[in-house]
Design a protein around this ligand. Structure first.
Ligand SMILES: [Zn+2]
Length: 357
């Protein structure tokens, strides 16, 4: 009898394993804007090589970030590649160079009855979040992008960007009427977000433009709230994009301390996502960057390696972006299914394919 029970348990565990291999119910896609391998290495070093959330990845890969018209991409072209699976020119958002609208991961998720969400530290009309719902020839068409956000199929959006709503619709009040008509509840602070039941779709605009530098636990809290709302709203699965938006700005400013602060905030959000993936068993967590910013190098304070270490320096090669490959970290259901060196667009296409199975 005992043997039979053990056999049944064994068969049941095999069946669960098979299911886990094939079923990716939720995707959490975290993008560190401007996060290079050197940014990750800096965090490992600053953490005295104690395991970081990156060290806990179950699988890794690399992606090439160049755009169709520039070997050094901007966030619009790389965001479009990651969101839609198609490369385009710099500054173009959700469109091919000849102006054809592209279909994003969120469009596919919505079509399949999944819920969709976007979280950013910057304004929701910025290039990276914008690539997941907007189609326009320039990332700088903020008012068009604002209208496209209102008309989008995104269920939960958390970030900054109220200033563009006021500019587009004349006032906050009119913007709220527009949002309500589109089925959105407008939320303007984290406390209200935490209290909302999400009976309607949620547009949380927590800042005029950016949510704020030194964003601390904001990104992790927003990620937890989005997951809570998805769970309360239904059981169809979800696709959520979370952007650590300001890592990029700190790279542009060649400010290592500030980059560490933004990286730390981003890493807290990854921890929330990975914890959820561990609990749920059917969630794929993908962490990557759109490009590296600053050309950060970690060099020895003294190049004579016959000596013991004389200190470390962070040196910057540019105040712009660089053309280095960026890492992909994978956790949870299906983590083994993304491998090798790929184009940024290949990763985007793969994620669309995985939720289409
Ligand atoms: Zn940048």
């Amino acid at each position: 009898m005992r043997k039979l029970t053990l056999l049944l348990l064994f068969v049941a565990s095999l069946a669960t394993e098979a299911l886990a291999q094939h079923e990716i119910k939720n995707i959490i896609f975290l993008i560190g804007d401007g996060m290079g391998l050197s940014s990750v290495s800096m965090m490992q070093l600053e953490n005295h090589y104690e395991p970081t959330i990156f060290d806990r990845a179950e699988n890794i890969a690399l992606q090439k970030t160049y755009s169709l018209d520039n070997r050094v991409t901007d966030s619009a072209a790389s965001g479009t590649a990651l969101a839609t699976g198609t490369k385009t020119n710099n500054t173009m958002l959700g469109q091919t160079p000849d102006g054809k609208d592209l279909v994003s991961l969120m469009d596919i998720a919505h079509e399949r009855g999944m819920q969709t969400g976007l979280i950013a530290t910057t304004y929701l009309q910025h290039a990276t979040p914008g690539a997941f719902y907007a189609c326009t020839e320039s990332r700088h068409n903020y008012l068009t992008i604002t209208e496209q956000l209102v008309a989008s199929t995104i269920d939960v959006a958390i970030g900054g960007g109220m200033a563009f709503f006021e500019e587009q619709y004349g006032s906050k009040e009119v913007a709220e009427v527009k949002l309500n008509k589109a089925g959105y509840e407008l939320i303007e602070d984290m406390e209200t977000l935490k209290a909302t039941k999400g009976d309607r779709r949620v547009m949380a605009l927590l800042g005029a433009k950016e949510v704020g530098e030194n964003s601390g636990s904001y990104l992790a809290e927003a990620t937890a709230e989005a997951i809570r709302l998805f769970e309360e709203r239904g059981d169809e699965g979800f696709a959520l994009m979370v952007e650590g938006s300001l890592i990029d700005g700190m790279g542009h400013g060649n400010d290592a301390k500030a980059m560490q602060r933004e990286m730390d905030s981003f890493m807290q959000a990854i921890e929330v996502a990975v914890e959820y993936a561990e609990e749920s068993g059917d969630t794929l967590v993908v962490v990557t960057a759109d490009h590296e910013t600053g050309g950060l190098a970690i060099v020895s304070g003294n190049a004579d390696f016959n000596l013991s270490e004389q200190g470390i320096e962070y040196r910057w090669a540019t105040d712009g972006h660089s053309g280095q490959m960026v890492p992909i970290y994978l956790y949870g259901a299906g983590a083994e299914r993304i491998n090798g060196i790929m184009e940024n667009a290949e990763l985007g296409a793969k994620l669309k394919a995985l939720i289409s199975e």
